[in-house]
Design a protein around this ligand. Structure first.
Ligand code: NAD
Ligand code: 2ZO
Length: 518
């Protein structure tokens, strides 16, 4: 048994952070009674709604909190609270906003292990990965803090000494709606650029993972943001709809599935609201025979098995040049079988539990269907029961590699959102590019080759928003991230995101007399 040096010392610190939580040890003992709504700078119970959802610890299958869904009144109060704070925040200079964002980043860095522990308990991903997610989160705040002071328009000279200038202005109250796979990170990817630009935000996390984002809200207040600048409403479809339809919401930034993305866009259309849609994917990863094999194998594992495979940009269609198919497949299977599945709070675990029982069943069904359609399970794919009895009701499965796949199989066409890699042989560059693009999605893509010209030629030909050469699923916050086609539009991260959280005002200044045509 691996020791848990970090966990026991964390308990008192978690108690300090979340005074209402009852926590006597780590996995299997966390529970939360505190309110999960955050409005006007404080946790509180929603003013209306009150439908109750159970929140699970995926590692054990235990209920760890009861979620009270926010009704229309609570959503309105959160939006009004954000609107009031917007008046103050939007008038501050970029440098003033920068300092507050930097302070928030500092607090997150200081509390990294505690926040990562909360994320692991509620999401099921390994603590090793959760820490990396929290690092990406504070880096995102630092990055946009750095940009806040330099957000500016242009000066444009016109005839006769007249001129024009542009002002980059905030939009107002932005709604953020998140998925459950990266709860804290998704909230930071939305909040950091939005707040840097001078907006306020009302955020609704997934009802499966409502916990860590409330911690983010508390940190923002502690860092010096005006009370109400970042509010959290909780719930599922109905709460999300109240938020999207609210007339004082100026923009919707959504991360989730394609079907929900369609509904979000319909609601936004009714209010003529701009949207950012970060949706699903079925991305190709192309392995040429001239690759550095060990890197390519590492890349394929990174592309498929982070966060139990519940990653939007995963490269789940692994195209392998036929010449190295056997060698590559053998190595990938060997390495996949070595992935340690189990208690996500243990230091050496690399794959934890899937988000919930219905999702685990859904992934299992994809594997069953793949077998029926002729795919061969080369390893994993079965349910896994860790030895530790407290984990017996957790949502575990072994990571799966499917061979003998063809492009028409469901496992190759649909987003599984679980630890399932499909291997597909190919013969020529032209063929693989065409097959790689033959999908409704366009979130990401990757290529492994030592031929630099080929690498750039292939990524230029891929219809995908985020491409990787000789790596996969790294996420520097400086790089824009987002999809083509059904994977959505708008960008998160990088300078590009500023475009999606601000609007441009043009001012035309006459220095002479008005020459009227009348
Ligand atoms: N592109 C990205 O950056 C990215 C990142 C993470 C996840 N995803 C995608 O998210 C999906 C998995 O997440 P999920 O299961 O939480 O997705 P989902 O679409 O079921 O839910 C996403 C969010 O939308 C809310 N919601 C659901 N119906 C709504 C409605 N009618 N109106 C307003 N809000 C509504 C949910 O409560 C949740 O907060 C996958 O398809 C994955 O690829 C994309
Ligand atoms: C951090 N990753 C691995 C790039 C994932 C981004 C968010 C997608 O689900």
């Amino acid at each position: 048994m691996v020791p848990r040096p970090l966990l026991q010392p964390l308990v008192p610190r978690l108690r300090r952070l979340l005074p209402g939580l009852a926590m006597s040890s780590a996995t299997g003992s966390f529970s939360l009674q505190q309110p999960l709504n955050y409005r006007g700078g404080a946790r509180l119970q929603p003013a209306d709604g009150g439908q109750v959802e159970e929140v699970y610890e995926p590692a054990t299958g235990r209920v760890i909190a009861k979620l009270l869904c926010s009704g229309e009144k609570e959503v309105d109060l959160a939006v009004q609270s954000a609107k009031a704070a917007f008046k103050v925040w939007s008038q501050m200079s970029g440098m003033e906003r920068c300092r507050v964002l930097l302070e928030a980043a500092r607090i997150i860095r200081e509390q990294r292990d505690e926040i990562a522990t909360l994320e692991t308990i509620n999401n099921g991903k390994s603590i090793f990965e959760a820490r990396a997610d929290i690092d990406v989160s504070w880096q995102c705040l630092e990055y946009y803090a750095g940009l806040a002071g330099s957000l500016a328009g242009e000066h444009i000279q016109l005839p006769g000494g007249s001129f024009g200038y542009t002002r980059r202005e905030p939009l107002g109250v932005c709604a953020g709606i998140g998925a459950w796979n990266y709860p804290f990170q998704i909230a930071c990817w939305k909040a950091a650029p939005a707040l840097a630009c001078g907006n306020a935000m009302v955020f609704k996390p997934s009802p499966f993972t409502p916990i860590s984002v409330v911690r983010l809200a508390e940190i923002f207040t502690q860092a010096g943001m005006p009370k109400g600048l970042f509010n959290v409403v909780q719930g599922g479809v109905a709460t999300g709809q109240f938020l999207c339809h609210h007339p004082d919401v100026a923009k919707i930034s959504f991360t989730g599935s394609v079907p929900t993305g369609v509904k979000i866009m319909e609601m936004a259309a009714k209010g003529i609201k701009p949207v950012t849609l970060e949706l699903g994917g079925k991305s190709p990863l192309i392995i040429f025979s001239d690759c550095a094999l060990e890197n390519a194998v590492n890349g394929a594992l990174m592309a498929n098995f982070l966060t139990q495979g519940e990653v939007c940009c995963n490269g789940t269609r692994v195209f392998v040049e036929r010449k190295i198919l056997d060698t590559f497949t053998k190595e990938v299977v060997k390495r996949t079988q070595k992935i340690k599945v189990g208690d996500p709070l243990l230091e050496d675990t690399r794959m934890g539990a899937l988000i919930n029982r219905p999702h685990l069943d859904r992934v299992q069904n994809f594997i069953k269907q793949a077998k029926e359609q002729g795919a061969q399970v080369l390893c994993g794919g079965d349910l896994y029961a860790p030895d530790d009895p407290k984990l017996k009701n957790g949502f575990y499965m072994r990571p799966c590699v499917l061979g003998n796949c063809t492009d028409d199989m469901t496992c190759v066409k649909e987003e599984i959102f679980g630890p399932v890699m499909s291997i597909l042989p190919f013969d020529t560059e032209e063929e693989v590019v065409e097959r790689a693009n033959n999908t409704k999605f366009g979130l990401a893509g990757g290529v492994f080759t030592r031929d630099i010209q080929k690498a750039h030629r292939v990524v230029a030909a891929l219809n995908a928003g985020m491409c990787f050469i000789n790596n996969y699923n790294v996420s520097p916050v400086e790089l824009p991230f987002g999809g083509y086609k059904a994977s959505g539009f708008g960008r998160e991260n990088g300078r590009a995101a500023i475009e999606y959280y601000s609007q441009l005002k043009t001012v035309c200044v006459e220095m002479g007399d008005v020459e009227s045509v009348f």
